[in-house]
Design a protein. Structure first.
Lengths: 329, 329
């Protein structure tokens, strides 16, 4: 067994439903990791301080004084301490300037701010910005101009230009799917069978049918199509489990249809100026998006996973909490 | 007190959550009415037969042999007996031909079929067709060409031409609103305050803001706007109760935006050929739709309420269950 490497930073991804901790080396490499279900709405007895000690206490006992960064909902209004959003355009330097320190009871924690886009239709994110910063650190060619897509409950599409997040948009796609599956008439047939439409095994054809219907709806969108997830079941075209994959296709398809409509050249609607798209996050979900994008003629879409730890390290670096790695032999 | 008039028909509107009974005179006029919470998912002990006796037994004791018509989910796969849908184009004669009789234990019930629209994106309705048939009987001028809108959990838009329902579309608007209010992050602030956004008192400005945002989204639609119902709260622009009216405006606005996009002349997208629109149903909900339609420049929209009983009578007439009214003095 190798001697343990000297860590340089502890990074926390502290969201609503989970707490992930990363022990990072002097070049941002992952040395160790922990995960607990202690999201800010599921704290253990003893609250935030106990959760922090539980997940990072051993590391701090062994390497006292390690700097600690925490991103995500822990810095929200309902979190440990509220951290003001940083306005877009944002980059690691502006994010690092917004860090807020907190005495955890066993050392200082630097809370990372989320991002805000102002204007008449504002938008916010907390936590996803670490995945974005990490992706740009992992693949510096993306920094010049790219469109980063982070599928999930609240899917984010972030436009990056010259190393800065210039704007972003949140889509409720994941939450809409879960709600329609669990609480609407559409999900009822599958629920009665115990089908869930999660995991890598899914009905490719039903999903693609949904994506295609959304695409072909043009400017009309899927408002008049959602109910077909029920009527195609009632008419025997889709089985109960297929209705969920079809619904997933409709919703992901609508998200992409909407983005493509927004990218279209107003003067020549058929001309879409689409920068390089990169998917970030869970590979299974990213695969669905890749399939759907391909239906829209957007191919060669790259996917990156686990970029968040490197994003935390990059912010630590920008804040001067970690030294630039010396060129050691 | 006047002597009770001689009734000609008992009509039932038997849905998922309620059972409404109407005692109708020889010209379809309402003589008496009952309502119980015995929808097909909330039957009393004794099931369908007990519910039927409970709601109509006294009328049948007093006027034995009165014909009985029942429309709605009672004729669905999960109802008392399944009644096959009638294909569009449909009119009272084709609906009457599809009646299915059932021995209730205290007399025959004629179950009214719902409507189906075929094709690659099928659609179905059960119960709403009685409101449509009733509206055409109440205002025969609508029969030539009109667009009937039935707001609700599953809002229906039905195109009527020459007395027939030629096609229709279901929008999940009401169900989406309830789900987002009750089960999503968007509804959380209002829920914590106990606000519900039901009833006639609502924030006109917040609702209109939502409608306008949907309208101005053009071909993009509201996919990237739904989350603003949260971000406008987080940024202090909307109060917690206002988020619900704004959300309602977004969803109703998206429905209308979608319909208008579908009506647009493909060759000249600015030219919309819109037939006379009539709203059917709950006046409070119809008023929201009227306000939203007005934002889209569609004014002078008429609203009719309680057209279902006359629809049942009209089907009874078409089926020969009630005689044409004699010209009595």
């Amino acid at each position: 067994m190798n001697a343990p490497r000297q860590p340089a930073l502890i990074g926390l991804d502290w969201g609503t439903s989970s707490l992930r901790a990363y022990l990072l080396g002097p070049q941002g490499e992952l040395i160790d990791r922990r995960a607990e279900g202690w999201g800010i709405q599921h704290l253990p007895a003893g609250g935030y301080a106990a959760a922090f000690r539980g997940v990072a206490g051993e590391w701090l006992d062994r390497w006292p004084g390690l700097p600690v960064l925490a991103a995500g909902m822990v810095g929200s209004r309902n979190g440990w301490r509220e951290v003001s959003y940083i306005e877009c355009p944002a980059d690691p330097a502006s994010i690092a300037k917004g860090l807020v320190t907190l005495d955890s009871g066993c050392g200082t924690i630097h809370l990372v701010p989320g991002l805000m886009q102002g204007g008449p239709l504002p938008d916010v994110m907390r936590g996803e910005e670490m995945q974005i910063v990490g992706a740009l650190a992992m693949q510096p060619t993306l920094a010049e101009r790219s469109l980063l897509v982070l599928p999930g409950t609240h899917c984010k599409w972030a436009v990056v230009e010259r190393g800065r997040v210039v704007r972003f948009t949140t889509y409720l796609t994941g939450e809409l799917f879960a709600m329609l599956r669990d609480h609407s008439i559409i999900g009822r047939p599958a629920k009665e069978m115990g089908a869930t439409a999660t995991g890598p095994d899914f009905d490719h054809e039903a999903f693609t049918r949904g994506v295609r219907s959304a695409q072909e709806s043009g400017a009309v969108g899927i408002a008049p199509l959602l109910f077909t997830a029920r009527s195609l079941f009632l008419t025997g075209v889709l089985t109960a489990p297929q209705t969920l994959d079809y619904l997933s296709g409709l919703l992901v398809g609508e998200e992409i249809r909407s983005v493509v409509a927004g990218l279209a050249d107003a003067a020549r609607p058929a001309t879409v100026h689409c920068p390089a798209i990169v998917l970030l996050g869970d590979p299974t979900l990213c695969n669905r998006y890749r399939l759907a994008l391909s239906q829209f003629g957007i191919d060669d879409v790259q996917a990156l996973n686990e970029t968040g730890p490197l994003g935390l390290w990059r912010i630590g670096e920008a804040a001067g909490l970690v030294a630039d790695a010396p060129d050691t032999i």
